[in-house]
Design a protein around this ligand. Structure first.
Ligand SMILES: Cc1ncc(COP(=O)(O)O)c(C=O)c1O
Length: 532
């Protein structure tokens, strides 16, 4: 660790906050990082000083805003090792950047073309390429993930062929922390004349990136994950490739000449920035990368790896914890996903939140990867430049007592007695012998995984059971609900409207609202499908 974490922390006033009576311990940085004073002060400077539209006013404020906005592109270009600002398009986030590429490239795709992604891709990539494939007739293929959390490069070499038009892969996995051999993947794509698209959402914030050395055609990233504000991200594209690419959004700013029947496009990068851009956000993004450059991305990388290794070693010592991804000693970014035996990630998150500790639990927008790992979800702790070992120790303290604390937590006055009762003594758990239908929870973002088995006779539910790998609260609610459902006309089930919340008399933390409502949503949806 070669920078002064105490000095870094002083730049982030939010870290002085207390949550539930405890100092905030923010370990949800892979989702969104905090923003230092040097970055958010840009907003005050902009709105108090030179707020105006860019590239369209012959007046001082517009000129100043335009210059600052353009310079922000220069800063980002430098940060990523791009040749010039022409190669840096500002977008809303990684998702929009991938969509921009996908829609642009889709003009060149035909049935028979193949798009290769990976089993560890984020939904931002997976879903986008699925949709593009549906529209163009192309096929999506996926590089498998090995049991130790790496891409199977042997399989990749078989999968990428002369039919491959596009290869899109994450530089770093947002669940496993794996740093993929991105140069090899890019070279593999180019060997077959395919475009190489890199999802850099988790690498740009965490390690030095040099898009030139990487040789990727595109590299997408988000500002809010690298100490910048929300609402701004970017796309690097090789100049020649961007020149050939069709714009994704049309309108003002992106045009050069417009007649009633046709238009021509502006120069790079503005050709891809239709309409009034997020000007203050863009300037703040420039300040964010400058902030990180001042810290030194090599230092950021070392700090992340140091904390991740510490956490990984500590978790490995606990036989009741399972971790995912590369093992101890292998470099990873500052995130570790794990599960505590007998404690669902939501329940762990709640226990941690009680101590002011923020992590993420769920499938982290990588449902297929969690299916591959055969887990409904995971808890993920992720650090950034301001986190310390002491904060990880705080997390570990809660992990150590989580299994015991869960009972007390559910039995506390925050929950209606029914929750603890049904959690400890679930009714109708299992399956039924000949169900009329089985309905699975489709609420995946939170990592809930449950299903109802229902038998119907004469339009009434005669038998109901549930299976669940969901959190304790959802399991208790599924049990409670199952008792209520027996004997009910299906048409009435289709009209359920807050039965569980009323039964619990609203006595549950607002934070767990979705855990309480989830099972009722599932069974209501199933009943509606049956009735229709
Ligand atoms: C690897 C990866 N790709 C894409 C995204 C999507 O980022 P955004 O929501 O900022 O578009 C994320 C966000 O978690 C991510 O981790």
């Amino acid at each position: 660790m070669t920078f002064d974490v105490a000095a870094v922390r002083a730049d982030f006033p939010v870290l002085d906050r207390r949550v539930n009576g405890h100092p905030l311990t923010y370990l949800d940085n892979a989702a969104t990082t905090h923003t230092p004073r040097q970055v958010y002060e840009v907003f005050e400077d902009f709105y108090a000083g030179y707020n105006a539209n860019v590239h369209r006013g012959i007046h001082e404020l517009s000129h100043e805003a335009s210059i600052a906005y353009e310079q922000a592109h220069d800063r980002v270009a430098e940060f990523l090792g791009a040749d010039s600002r022409e190669e840096i398009v500002f977008t809303k986030n990684t998702t929009e950047s991938i969509n921009l590429v996908a829609y642009g490239l889709s003009q060149h795709l035909d049935a028979g073309d193949e798009i290769v992604t990976t089993e560890m891709d984020h939904h931002a990539s997976l879903v986008t390429w699925q949709q593009i494939a549906k529209r163009t007739g192309a096929t999506v293929r996926h590089i498998p993930v090995t049991s130790d959390g790496h891409l199977d490069m042997g399989a990749a070499r078989d999968l990428v062929t002369d039919d491959t038009a596009i290869l899109c892969a994450p530089h770093v996995s947002n669940v496993l922390g794996t740093i993929n051999p991105i140069e090899d993947l890019v070279a593999l794509a180019h060997d077959h004349d395919a475009y190489a698209v890199v999802d850099g959402a988790q690498s740009a914030p965490t390690r030095p990136v040099d898009v030139g050395a990487m040789d990727a055609d595109f590299f997408a990233f988000s500002g809010h994950k690298l100490a910048g504000p929300t609402g701004i991200g970017g796309l690097y594209g090789k100049r020649a490739v961007l020149e050939d690419l069709d714009p994704f959004l049309f309108g003002g700013e992106m045009i050069r000449n417009v007649t009633l029947t046709d238009s021509t496009w502006n120069e790079l990068p503005w050709k891809f920035e239709a309409g009034t851009p997020p000007i203050a956000e863009g300037i703040a993004l420039g300040a964010a990368v400058e902030y990180l450059d001042d810290l030194g991305m090599e230092n950021v990388r070392a700090h992340e790896n140091d904390l991740a290794q510490y956490l990984l070693r500590e978790l490995a010592d606990r036989e009741f914890v399972r971790t995912y991804g590369p093992g101890i000693g292998e470099e990873r970014t500052g995130l570790v996903s794990f599960n505590v035996d007998g404690v669902h990630g939501h329940d762990l998150s709640s226990l941690l939140n009680d101590r002011g500790i923020a992590i993420r639990a769920g499938d982290h927008c990588t449902q297929p990867l969690h299916d591959r790992l055969d887990i409904p979800g995971s808890a993920r702790a992720s650090v950034y430049v301001y986190n310390t070992r002491a904060e990880i120790d705080r997390l570990l303290e809660v992990v150590d007592t989580a299994r015991d604390d869960l009972d007390d937590y559910l039995a506390s006055e925050r929950y209606h007695d029914l929750v603890s009762e049904h959690y400890h003594d679930p009714r109708n758990r299992g399956g039924v012998s000949d169900p009329t239908f089985v309905k699975s929870s489709e609420e995946t973002t939170c990592g809930d995984d449950g299903e109802f088995h229902v038998t119907i006779a004469d339009d009434r539910i005669t038998e109901v059971a549930f299976e669940s790998r969901s959190c304790a609260v959802s399991r208790a609610v599924a049990s409670l609900l199952s008792e209520h459902l027996e004997g009910m006309p299906v048409a009435e089930v289709a009209e359920l409207d807050g039965y569980v919340a009323r039964e619990l008399d609203g006595q549950y933390p607002e934070l767990r609202r979705e855990c309480v409502e989830g099972p009722e949503d599932v069974i209501r949806e199933a009943a509606r499908e049956y009735v229709e």
